[in-house]
Each structure stands twice: as C-alpha cells, then as structure tokens.
Design a protein around this ligand. Sequence first.
Ligand SMILES: [Zn+2]
Length: 631
Amino acid sequence: MKTIRLALLLALTLLTACGEPDRTVEQRLIILGFDGMDPNLAQRWMDDGSLPNFSRLAASGTFAPLKTSNPPQSPVAWSDFATGNGPGTHGIYDFLRRDPATYAPAFSISENIPPESVLELFGLHLPLEDGQIINRRQGAPFWTQVEAEGGDSTVLRVPVTFPPDPIHRMMSGMGVPDLLGSQGTYTFYTTRPTMAASSSSTRTVRIRPDREGLITTTLEGPAHPLDPDAPALNVPLELRPDGDSVAIRLGESELTLKEGQWSNWVDVRFEFLGFASVGGIVRLNLVSSYPRVQLYVSPIHIDPRAPVVPLSSPPDYAEKLAEEIGLYHTIGMPEETWSLNEGHLSDEAYLDMIKTILSEREAMFYSALDQQDSDVVVGVFVQTDRVSHMFYRGIDPQHPLYPETGEAARGAIHWIYREADRILGETMQRMGPNDRLIVLSDHGFAPFRRAVHLNRWLVDQGLLALQPGAQSSSVGFAQIDWSKTQAYAVGLNSIFINRAGREGQGIVGQAEAEKIKQRIMLTLPGLQDPDDGAQIVAEVFDGDVIYPGNANQDAPDLVVGYLPGYRASWQTTLGGAPSSLVEDNNRKWSGDHCMLPSAVPGVLFTSFQPDQPLEAIADIARYAQEHWSAH
Ligand SMILES: [Zn+2]
C-alpha cells in the first residue's frame, strides 16, 4: 500500500513538473541525409570494407542510386524531398534567381521583406513593424502534413527550412543568415597588400603593426539598425605578439592563439545609441603569426542563446540546445568554402572547422533521437557535400590542382565518408526494433576541371549584346546592352530569354522565344572545348517541358546539363561575360554536381524493403506521409 501511494505521489509530482508527459514513439521513420553522397564512391568504399555500417544496411535492406532533381542542386533537390514535387511546383529552380525587372542576381531561397511603414524621427529610421523573412519554397513539406494529421516531426538542418516551420522540433538549415543578413561573410585581416576580394562573402582588411607589434583595428558588424546613413556598427580588435603566440582582444574578450589554431566561440556585442546592442558569436583562426600576421574571423553567427531571428521551433529550442550541447554554428552554410578557395584558410584549418561543425550536428541529432518523441525524425549532414566540393582535387588525377594537393587533402573525402559511416552506426544503435531508417543524399558528385563562361558563348552567338565598345562584361551584367539582348545566363544551370513583358528591358516575343530556345537546345551540345575538342554540354532542357505546374517567373527558360568535368564559371553564375569561353578551374572548389542530372544521382539506403519503388528524391515525401498514415 505504501509503495503504491509513493508511486502515485511520484507520478503526480512528475505530471505537475512537466505538464503532459511526453509520448514515447515506438515506430519512427528516421531519415538521415548526407548531402552530396555519391553512389560510386559509396560503392568503392563499401567494397574495400571502409564503410561497414553502410554495407550492413545495404545487406539488410536496399542500396540504390536515387534520381536527383533537375538541376541537381541542393536547394532544388531538398525542396523536391520536402514537398514531393518538382521545381515547377515548389518554385526553387537554382541557388540563384534574378530580379526580372533589373536582372540583378539574388539568393533564391529566402528573402527579406522590409517593413512597409517607417517613422523618420530625429534622423533615425524607426520601423513601425517587424520586417519579414520568407522561405521562397512553396507547398507544404511532408513534416507539416504529418503534424496536421496528429503526428510529431523533428527536422534538423534540412536545407531550405528557414524561417523554421511551426512543428514539434525544428532547427533551420541552409537559408539562415549571419548577423549581417548575408549567407556568411568572413573577415580576413592581413599585413600583406591585398587584392580586391573576388567574392562578396569575403572582406579583407589590411593591418599594420606599430613598432611594438601592436595592431589596432575593428571587426565590422551589422548596419546601424535605425540610421541607414550611419557607418556599420563595429567592435575594437587588437593583436600583439605574445611569445610564439598572438594575444588578441576582441570587444570584451581576450584570448591567445598559436599559428593555425582555432579559438573557441567569442561573444561580440555591437552597441548603438549608447544603450542598445546586438550580439553575435565568432570563431577566430590565426592563419599566420608575426611578422606577417593573418587572422581569419568567421562570419558573425546569430547567438542561439538570444537569437535576433527565429532559428528553431519552438523558438526556445535553439537556446535550450545551447545549454545542452554548448554553443554551435547557426548560419545555414557555416562550412563557408570561399576562405579555402581564396587561400585564406589552410586545408588543415578547413578540415578542423568541419570536424567541429560535425560534432555539433551529431550532438543535436543524437539528442533528438534519444528523446524518442517524434513519429518522423529528419537530420541532414551537409559536410559530405562541402568536403567533396573542396577536396575532389585529391581524388581526380586530371584536376589542375591534383599534383600540388597534399596527402591529408587527398584522403579528405574518404575520411568524411568514414565519418558518415560512424554517424550511421551511432544512429542504428539508437533505433528501436520497429523504427525504420532511410539514408539518402540529394545528388552525387563529379569532377569540375574546366569552367564555362556561358555568357561568352551567348555573346559569340549574337544572343547577348555587349554595350558599344565593351569587349566583355563584369558580373551583374554591368556592360550588357539589353535593348539588343535575346538570352542571358545567370545561376548555375539557368538560361533566360529576355522576354518582352517579363524582363525589365525585354525585347523577345513568344514566337521568337521558342525559336531562340530551339536554336540553343540544338547548338549548345555541339560546343567543343577549345583545348581538346571535348563535348561540354550533354543536353539543354526546355523549362516548359521539365517544369509543368505553376512555374513562376523565376523558372528558367532553359536548363543546361553539363558533362562531368565542366560547370558554369563563377562569373556566369553572377551574370558576368569574360573574354574567354572555357578556362581551367584552378580553385580548390574542384568537385561539383550542377551538371546533367543522370550523371550525378544520389544514394538511397533503407533498413527495410519498400513496398513500392523509391526512385527519385521526391518519392521520399510520399513514402514518409504514407508511413505515418499507415500506423
Ligand atoms: Zn554542393
């Protein structure tokens, strides 16, 4: 009797303490994503025994290539995954879109809508309501449909999930901005003369030590929130020699770093008006010490302990997680690749950063799995993609940088696949007997050896007109004569017709547009590499054919399917037309997938035999919903 009463009392106390007791879900669908995992590489390393958990999963269930989206880009493919539909329905066609009115390239995933009413007071710019950040993906993802039918979903770091959906548990992925509102802008301090940064993700700051070696500078933060004419907010940054290390003071924080070393998280607080402030967190890497000091400061991450924009659902999940696992990278794409591309970070420092991010993501994913409170659990690890992009030069003997790639860098992709295998093992250990597991990637990988200036080809074809006297055009279509232009390329795979009534200075009518499309579809696959005569483009797809549905004005008229080895140049993606047609890709970003979809399928592993074929990434959404409805 006494024991029963004690148990009852204990139960009552627990109920009062936590409200409703959490459910324990016995039959979960767990979906583990490894962005960019390639079926051929997975097969190679399963065959040599280095991926034992993948081999075990393949043997007990299925392993097959998974059809990717067209174009095979992560934001497009993960939107197919979330909604079960193609770009013609969800509206994400490329990493980049263009504003049809101005032709200006813009990020396609999310958009800031400024507040409509603003009060001008004492020279300050006071917004009367909050601006809005919207996810440009349309249609309901399967996790919200599961919730609408009474289930619970946990969705962690899936690309194109910002702002977070109001579900049981979500941590937003690709799309989360840094404190500047960009997709990740780092700062590189150097005593060497600097060239203008070739990317808007890079800020280089020239620094000069005084006689004692003291360097005084600032870390620039966000724009003044209330006064658009005021300079950006900043915090002071000081460096001085300290033995073989460098002593650093950033804002209120003091730390010491050795050459090559990463700091822990450092708080930065940007004050304005004397009493208000906005805070973020950064990590520092001392690239080189005195006398030629070089310091990398990461993009300024939104602090998960006090997020200035929602990072999670429920909103306090980001903060609770920081209490549980420590501070973590919050930007959508924290494995920023430009620092390595520009030679600002070493291969070793870059891989160290990947390790840190990977361990944060693991802690986040295992914590959610251990709660066992969701019918559907989705976690995506994008580090497989980033390492494959940056280190493909290590496994591709034909890449221009292969000869100079060091031993550690040559093993990097194999390493990240073994890490994926270890994460898979940890996940399988956390599965109950009735749980089902799907492991997938959004696309595979191929070499990127030669960069194609597609806008140059359009100029040569007489379809893109340069301004009188111009021999080439810099990015943003700076030297383009729109009044004579019929077609232009922007983004990684897109070509647009300069249509009358759609484009700001459009000149091409409907009948003429069809003719131009047919001509490009016919001619572009005949383009040969001037170096060796190799074919560059396998196929050009007609947007009207591949995007049935309510395609909006972001839908490209044509989608270019490059052959492995070739990809649109960086200049092309941003609307540039340099003077050459094709050039060697001499950057560390050496693997890619923005090519012909059939050349870069993803992977699919399941722990069970699916009762109907799962052939394409969009099929996973349907399966997840049916799995939920069935039990
Ligand atoms: Zn990628």
